[in-house]
Design a protein around this ligand. Structure first.
Ligand code: HEC
Ligand code: HEC
Length: 195
């Protein structure tokens, strides 16, 4: 083989390997979808541990997605979950029975940003500055604000399919799985995010 042929054959092997890897991942996804089996799925991109408490998912996932506990520190969840916080919930009433409130509050605080080891959760915990008047918000966290400050308002507030940055899953297609990576962003009316 001359030098040129050698390069070509190396390239061919490389492409074949990439193709095979791509097929393997594709198969994996299909399998997961068919079985609907989340627990067996490897989650190389999950920035946050997905929600595991059924009561939380049900009670706090009806008006907006059930935010991963790792998005707010424990003291912030405690404020959101206080009886006063729930009855005056960002302009809504999200009151619960004491039993449900206690169960959900315990789940959220035990898995909060400052209680888990995840890198992304730690960033949210370190950057959290507390409430700006009302209840604390994920979307007011300075790290969060920095990550989202280049998105024009017409794609958020003035976008009928989004409305506010609180609607994580409007743009982050895998938000419910805790995957907020750039590759999984698709802003309605705009598409993928490339910066
Ligand atoms: C009746 C509807 C409703 C229910 C039920 C509800 N929420 Fe909300 N929640 C809202 C609204 C409305 C907002 C403000 C969204 C906005 O500003 O666009 C909000 C905002 C939030 C935010 C702040 C999001 C941000 O911008 O950072 C958190 C955290 C939150 N809710 C947690 C919870 C928890 C925990 C529960 C369950 C106890 C819950 N929510 C149940 C309506 C609801
Ligand atoms: C209007 C669409 C939109 C909404 C709504 C939105 N995001 Fe984002 N998010 C983006 C874009 C665009 C980026 C920037 C990606 C980049 O430049 O790396 C981003 C970045 C992020 C990042 C950093 C990702 C990384 O790998 O660096 C996190 C974490 C994140 N968003 C979480 C959230 C959460 C949690 C919510 C809801 C409370 C939310 N986002 C709501 C569009 C959105």
């Amino acid at each position: 083989m001359n030098h040129h042929q050698k390069m070509l054959s190396i390239l061919a092997v490389g492409l074949f390997t990439l193709g095979a890897a791509g097929m393997a991942f594709g198969d994996d996804d299909d399998d997961d979808d068919r079985r609907g089996n989340r627990s067996e799925r490897s989650q190389p991109h999950a920035d946050f541990a997905p929600v595991t408490n059924a009561a939380y998912g049900e009670e706090c996932g009806s008006c907006h997605m059930a935010y991963q506990p790792g998005l707010l520190p424990a003291r912030a969840w405690a404020a959101v979950m206080s009886p006063e916080g729930l009855s005056n919930h960002y302009g809504d009433d999200a009151s619960l029975t004491d039993a449900l409130r206690n169960e959900i509050s315990a789940y959220l605080t035990a898995n909060a940003a400052d209680q888990t080891g995840g890198k992304r959760a730690r960033k949210f915990a370190e950057s959290h500055t507390g409430a700006n008047g009302g209840l604390p918000r994920i979307s007011e966290n300075p790290y969060f604000v920095k990550e989202h400050d280049e998105i024009p308002l017409r794609l958020i507030k003035d976008n009928p399919d989004v409305g506010s940055l609180s609607k994580c899953n409007a743009c982050h297609r895998k938000a419910a799985e805790g995957d907020y990576s750039e590759q999984q962003i698709n802003i309605p009316g705009h598409g993928p995010w490339t910066d």
